[in-house]
Structure formats: C-alpha cells, structure tokens
Design a protein around this ligand. Structure first.
Ligand code: 1CP
Length: 330
C-alpha cells in the first residue's frame, strides 16, 4: 500500500535524483533503491516492487505523465471501439522489460531474506484510467457511463487488458516475484451485477490462467469497497482476499471460512493519529482476525495506500505494535 512513497524523505530524495516519476519506475537501480527504503528503515516482512499500475496503458501508447499536484494524466484517452482495436497487443517482456529488470534487481538485493510482491491493476481499474484519461474527480463517470452506453466496447478493452495482465504478472513471477497482487481499486464503484460482469469475471480469468501455469503462485485480490462481495472474490480461486477498513471482519470470516487467507483492514488515517491510538487500533484489527480460533492466516496491511502526510515514526510504531500483538495471536 505504497510502503515506499512520499511520506519517506529518502524516497523524495531518490525521486528528485531520478527526475520524473516514470523515470524512477524505468530505472531498475532507482526502483530497487526505493523498494528497499521501507525494508531497511522498518524491517518489514515483505517487499513490494516499486512501480505503478499505469505502466500497462503507458506501454500501450497512452503516454503517462505525473503532473505535480494533479496525479497521473495520459496524453491520449480511449474514446471509442476503433481506438481499442488500434491499441497494440503488447508483449510485456519487450515493452515492459524495465519492470522485469526492476524485479530481478530487487530479488538479487533481497537475497532471499523476505518475499517480493509483484502486482498489476485489475482490468476494470486500468480501463477506468484509460477511458477517463487519468485520475478522476467524478468517480470515473465517463468509464462508468460505458457500462450502459457501450458495454460491448468496454468488454473488448477489458478482454485485451486481461491477456496483457496475465503475461505481465507471469513475467514478474519468472523474474522473481513470489506473490502477485491485483489492485482493483475502483471495483467498489460498481453495482453488484456490474462488478461481477465487468470486474470479477476478468480477475477470475487472471487467477485461473496464472494458476494453470504456476499452481503454487499465491495471488492476492484487493477490491477497494468490495466488502459485500468477499465470498464471490474468494471463490475465484485466489489465495488471499485484501480488505479495506470498512468491512466487518467477523462477518467476512463467517462467510469465507478457510477458503482464503485475508489481508489488510487497517484504516491508513490511523497513522495520522497519536501513538496510543495507533497501538490500540492495531490491537483491535489483530484481535478481530483471531475470532473463533480463525487460523487461515491474516497478512497485516493497511486497507489502502498510506497518506503522504504520515510521520515515518508512526509506521515504526505500527511495526512494533504488529510484532507485539501478532506474536501473542500465534
Ligand atoms: O509523485 C510520486 O512520487 C507519486 C506517488 C506514487 C507512488 C509512490 C504513485 C503515483 N505511485 C506510487 C507507487 C505505487 N503505486 C506502488 C508501489 C509499491 C508500494 O510501495 O506499494 C503501487 C503498488 C501502486 C499502485 C497504484 N497506482 C494503484 C493501486 C493501489 C491503490 O493505491 O489503490 C493506483 C490506483 C495507482 C495510480 C496512481 N499512481 C500514483 C498515484 C498518486 C495514483 C492514484 C491516482 C488517483 O487516482 O488519484
């Protein structure tokens, strides 16, 4: 959840050296350097590749830029079926070779100490950005209008992205990623039927295709705002369901039992509070996962991205509290 990022002064220094955000992602040395920063500072139990979900649309020719204070913006926007047909069927081992190089550089640096998580955006979440031309102030209304105005066109884009994402995640795994996480950040904007038809179906295909080739590869699915659909998400065959902080963990455990492990659930804004509250909230999250001797596993994590205004010492406090209370839970 952006464990390397703008809340760390050392990240800001490397980003400045790199030039732009995309230059940082494209350099395997810099990407490795920032991936290792939170590991070295906090002693975390897993590393996550430093990159972004928008590398795929960038490689498909949409040209990604990060404008200071405005978030991601593409030079081109997908407007109709013809443009989707004209989008290249990219081969990640060529157009996204820099990600493969970043993964293998990080893997070497980690030297087997902790696992490395690779990732991709979900097809629906990538489509949201591609159709809206970047980040959105209206909950991706243009992309959501396609659900009803141009469902077939939307489906052709989702299908194309699904194939690329399977290849992209396979490439990361072969280069050294031990786990793959799919970020379905905007799945929660969908109604139930639309979620199943336009997001879940494609994530399920990705999980199945990855497991066909790599049966033991753990796959984490995280749908922000997907608390109502945890059972359906768990039934895709994924190994872990990521939870945001709005879900009722006890009812999630009752629904999915031992089908999957769970990850997440801490509200990132807790880290803006004082240390007494941080420790109390962490204990409370961990306690919920020990309900009724539930023992299929909980990966402690935030329920979404860390705020850039988080004091790094509060993350230190988080790590200490997780170690204190989770050792008690084992
Ligand atoms: O200027 C900067 O330095 C940019 C800040 C930043 C960072 C640190 C961005 C731009 N991306 C990242 C890294 C990043 N993004 C990681 C690295 C690994 C980690 O440490 O966790 C990952 C996994 C992502 C994934 C990502 N990017 C998602 C899915 C997760 C989530 O937060 O929901 C999304 C939606 C993006 C798009 C994106 N990239 C960056 C920003 C600020 C955004 C959100 C834009 C928006 O919609 O408003």
């Amino acid at each position: 959840m952006r464990q390397a990022g703008r809340y760390l002064p050392e990240y800001n220094a490397t980003r400045k050296k790199a030039g732009s955000f995309m230059d940082l992602c494209r350099s395997s040395q810099y990407a490795c350097e920032v991936t290792m920063q939170p590991i070295d500072r906090f002693g975390l139990d897993a590393a996550i590749l430093f990159s972004d979900i928008l590398t795929i649309p960038d490689a498909m020719g949409l040209e990604l830029n990060f404008v200071e204070g405005h978030g991601p913006k593409f030079s081109k926007q997908i407007k109709d079926e013809k443009e989707i047909i004209n989008l290249p069927d990219i081969d990640p081992t060529l157009e996204l070779k820099y990600v493969e190089e970043a993964v293998s550089t990080i893997k070497k640096e980690l030297n087997g100490s902790i696992p490395l998580i690779g990732f991709s955006g979900s097809p629906w979440t990538l489509a949201c950005y591609m159709i809206s031309g970047g980040s959105s102030k209206d909950d991706f209304l243009t992309a959501r209008s396609w659900l009803y105005k141009k469902p077939k066109t939307l489906e052709s884009l989702l299908k194309k992205l699904t194939t690329i994402i399977v290849d992209y995640c396979s490439m990361q795994h072969r280069a050294g990623a031990d786990i793959i996480m799919l970020f379905d950040t905007w799945g929660g904007l969908l109604g139930e039927n639309q979620f199943k038809k336009f997001s879940l179906k494609y994530m399920e295909k990705i999980v199945k295709d990855l497991h066909k080739e790599y049966p033991k590869l753990p796959v984490i699915l995280f749908t922000k705002g997907g608390g109502n659909w945890v059972s359906e998400i768990a039934k895709t065959g994924c190994n872990v369901v990521g939870l945001d902080w709005t879900v009722d963990v006890t009812s999630v455990i009752k629904k999915i039992g031992k089908l999957c492990s769970l990850q997440g659930n801490l509200d990132p804004s807790v880290l803006l509070g004082d240390k007494v509250h941080i420790e109390k909230e962490i204990k409370s999250v961990i306690d919920k996962f020990t309900y009724n001797n539930f023992n299929t596993g909980h990966i402690f994590n935030l329920g979404h991205g860390i705020s850039q205004f988080t004091p790094p010492e509060n993350v230190e406090c988080l790590v200490e509290a997780v170690k204190k209370y989770s050792s008690r839970a084992i």
